[in-house]
Design a protein around this ligand. Structure first.
Ligand SMILES: [Zn+2]
Length: 286
């Protein structure tokens, strides 16, 4: 009965979402690994954890040396706009986005520190698709810093012909394609309050809470299993919560790595924070 009501109230969306909900929950077009790839990730991570000291202790120590509770991430903002000014974003919008993102990141130990904001007029780059030659050319010419530096590109975010709210690569993938490392936010989602924090989560190796389905899940112990994402027609949190994985508890709609409306909450769990800190220590800062 519960499953029937869930289907009546909501309908599932694919990982690459359509473009008609720019002001509600984030629609993200990052290319999620398939279940076999997630299982391979789990295997690698178990091996790594067994051979390294406690990550929590290491991170605490690093923070102490920095004299701050937070790890600041040098952040470069690139606003790509067209000759006709499509894509232009005022400074106030960009500053607000960083501010609300940093508030959402307070629990993670990370904060974004903007080093520079540049505006570039280039129609080809603005309309470039994810992983296209044109987008790679953009990254090669604009990207700043190494794996420990965040590059944010505001432009049209297009994945396989669909306009999405944003996308990013996982930290794991940045190792293989460092010159393409970064976050893309669609300029129409620049005022969305959660999309940048959500993409930052991917950049720090977080999967969607539903990416691995009920098993193997998202490789985080304290997020309930979730078989699929849902699309919501309002910003209110559904009651009762959906429960798409039997015996795994209600779907974690309060999680920022889900697509649920902000009315459900926008949290990172301690397990996700741990995974982000592992990505920082083992990949981005290594
Ligand atoms: Zn996402």
């Amino acid at each position: 009965m519960k499953a029937v009501s869930v289907i009546l109230l909501y309908f599932a969306v694919a990982v690459v979402c359509s473009h008609d909900h720019f002001d509600s929950s984030p629609s993200c077009g990052y290319r999620a690994p398939d279940v076999a790839a997630i299982q391979a990730m789990a295997h690698r991570e178990r091996h790594l954890q067994a051979s390294t000291p406690s990550p929590r202790a290491l991170f605490r120590c690093e923070a102490c040396r920095g004299g701050s509770r937070f790890r600041t991430i040098d952040t470069y903002i690139h606003v790509i706009q067209m000759m006709n000014r499509t894509g232009h974003l005022p400074d106030a919008v960009l500053e607000e986005s960083i501010q609300v993102t940093n508030e959402l990141l307070l629990s993670t130990g990370f904060q974004l520190k903007v080093v520079s904001t540049k505006r570039i007029t280039n129609d080809v780059w603005y309309l470039s698709e994810s992983q296209s030659d044109e987008e790679m050319d953009m990254g090669h010419q604009l990207k700043q810093g190494g794996l420990d530096t965040l590059n944010i590109y505001y432009k049209a975010a297009i994945v396989d012909g669909d306009r999405v709210c944003g996308y990013a690569n996982l930290a794991d993938d940045a190792v293989y394609w460092p010159e393409d490392d970064g976050v893309v936010i669609d300029m129409r989602c620049a005022t969305n309050k959660t999309i940048l924090a959500h993409e930052f989560g991917h950049w720090m190796n977080l999967l969607h809470t539903f990416d691995g389905g009920c098993f193997p899940g998202d490789l985080v112990d304290d997020t309930n299993g979730q078989a699929m994402p849902m699309r919501y027609l309002s910003d209110e949190c559904p009651d009762p919560l959906p429960d798409t994985c039997p015996d795994a508890g209600f779907d974690p709609l309060d999680n920022i790595m889900d697509y649920a409306p902000s009315g459900c909450g926008d949290i990172f769990t301690p397990g996700q924070v741990q995974r982000m800190q592992n990505a920082w220590r083992n990949i981005r800062r290594a």
